[in-house]
Design a protein around this ligand. Structure first.
Ligand code: GDP
Ligand code: IMO
Ligand code: MG
Length: 428
């Protein structure tokens, strides 16, 4: 048995999708355990490009079982759209391949309304959410009024719960100038969508535990990144789920001690979408260079990603918080053309120095990075498949990242395609 969690160590978009797709070859089952369709994972396989939001990235490999766990918030209409898109590309998502937990909370249209209305009203205080209703759906989950996948089989339960939800949301909607929820319409829509997804809904916790007992390999696919975690991220500029590795157990129904390793995905520089502190952000030509060379446009919202140098204390903290056993370093090729490369090794506010990324956002907002500079390698690493083909300076950069994050690099990604990869160690 070997169970592996893959998580992002920065602010998301580290290239998790590519690595999950790659390692899915060795997994029996791939599980999403948090987040929702705020995630955007791009996979490049030969001349085909797949963009996934909700379905685990293992779905592209035909004989794999994929799971949406209870820790996810699920928009059932978006799920069906994604299934249809894949179908049109020759990938069928049948009930023997996709399983959804019975206790997965739903994202409903009024969650999206609330997300967007609040962001509009917040003006300069906005979070810069993806506008998918993620935050409001998690609020209803912990508020103990969420409609969950398993409820869709029982119209009486849907009606009863919607009354409670309506009572809560209509007050919020009035305050934001929106009309009340049309309960009848929503019940009808839920019954229709329920018929289409009911057969996917299963006791996932039990099935996963049975698989573990049979020594199957399970890969847990994190969305977002450790810096977007609701507790340890740059709060309040975070998402509304726990993005850290421990959430894999809670968000799928297996015990934490059934996990063998955690692979942290790390971009060779830093990016972020949305508002909030980012100490190494570059607003100069180099920031622009990274954005262009790295094609740093959001998969979900098409927004430009903010770009900056690699922030080592930030990734070191993520490695600790997540129990990262090794790192997959992605997009090293994006740095190929640079004369000089900087690595953030600490922070300063006036005369005070910080060696760790602080949890308090007001502190994080004021951090000035302390940099170390190395010479660039000025040679192409695109598509390299062996470590000894790497330019010496590129190897020195990777080694410095290992030292500063106190974590080994087991995989290096040298391009967007599935086969543009160097394995140093096998993480499974
Ligand atoms: P995720 O959300 O973590 O799965 O990452 P995204 O898919 O949102 O963003 C990563 C982007 O970088 C995608 O467009 C990938 O195709 C691309 N990508 C992944 N690894 C590499 C790499 O090593 N080099 C380059 N140039 N692009 C990569
Ligand atoms: P993947 O899985 C990058 C960011 C949003 C915003 C904040 C809150 O592709 O790495 P939300 O809609 O979740 O309430 O938005 O979180 N965000 C992401 N940034 N990659 C993601 O996912 C993200 N999912 C959410 O931009 O700043
Ligand atoms: Mg993404």
């Amino acid at each position: 048995m070997s169970n592996l969690i893959i998580i992002g160590t920065q602010w998301g978009d580290e290239g998790k999708g590519k690595i999950v797709d790659l390692l899915s070859a060795e997994a029996d089952t791939i599980v999403r355990f948090q987040g929702g369709h705020n995630a955007g994972h791009t996979l490049v396989i030969g001349d085909q490009v797949f963009k996934l939001s909700l379905l685990p990235s293992g779905i592209i490999r035909k004989n794999k079982i994929v799971v949406i766990g209870n820790g996810v918030v699920l928009d059932p209409w978006k799920l069906l759209e994604e299934i249809d898109q894949l179908k049109s590309r020759g990938i069928t998502v049948s009930t023997d391949r996709l399983m959804i937990s019975e206790n997965t909370p739903l994202i409903l249209p009024f969650h999206k309304d609330l997300d967007i209305l609040r962001e509009q009203k917040a003006g300069r205080e906005k979070i810069g959410t993806t506008g998918r209703g993620i935050g409001p759906a998690y609020e209803d989950k912990v508020g103990r009024r969420a409609l969950r996948t398993g409820d869709l089989k029982d119209v009486k339960e849907v009606k009863r719960k919607l009354k409670v939800i309506k009572a809560h949301h209509d007050i919020l909607r009035v305050g934001l100038g929106a009309p009340g929820i049309d309960e009848e319409k929503l019940i009808n829509e839920l019954m229709i969508v329920g018929k289409k997804i009911n057969d996917f809904i299963k006791p996932v916790w039990k099935i996963l535990n049975d698989q573990i007992a049979k020594n199957k390999n399970i890969l847990f696919e994190g969305a977002q990144g450790s810096m977007l975690d609701v507790d340890f991220g740059t709060y309040p500029f975070v998402t509304s789920s726990s993005t850290n590795a421990a959430a894999a157990a809670l968000g799928s129904g297996i015990a934490h001690n059934k996990i063998n390793s955690v692979l942290g995905i790390t971009k060779a520089y830093t990016t972020r979408v949305g508002e909030g502190p980012m100490p190494t952000e570059l607003s100069d030509d180099i920031g622009q260079y990274l954005a262009v060379e790295g094609n740093e446009k959001g998969t979900v919202t098409g927004r430009d990603r903010r770009c900056g140098w690699f922030d080592a204390p930030l990734v070191r903290r993520s490695c600790l918080l997540n129990g990262v056993t090794s790192l997959a370093l992605t997009k090293i090729d994006v740095l190929d053309g640079l004369e000089k490369i900087k690595i953030c090794v600490g922070y300063r506010i006036e005369k005070e120095e910080f060696t760790d990324f602080p949890v308090t956002t007001s502190l994080a907002s004021g951090l000035k990075p302390i940099y170390e500079e190395i010479d660039g390698w000025k040679a192409s690493t695109v598509g390299l498949e062996k470590i000894d083909q790497m330019p010496k300076q590129a190897r020195a950069y990777i080694q410095r990242i290992e030292e500063l994050t106190e974590t080994k690099v087991s995989i290096i990604s040298t391009g967007p395609e599935r086969n543009q990869i160097i394995f140093i160690d096998k993480p499974f």
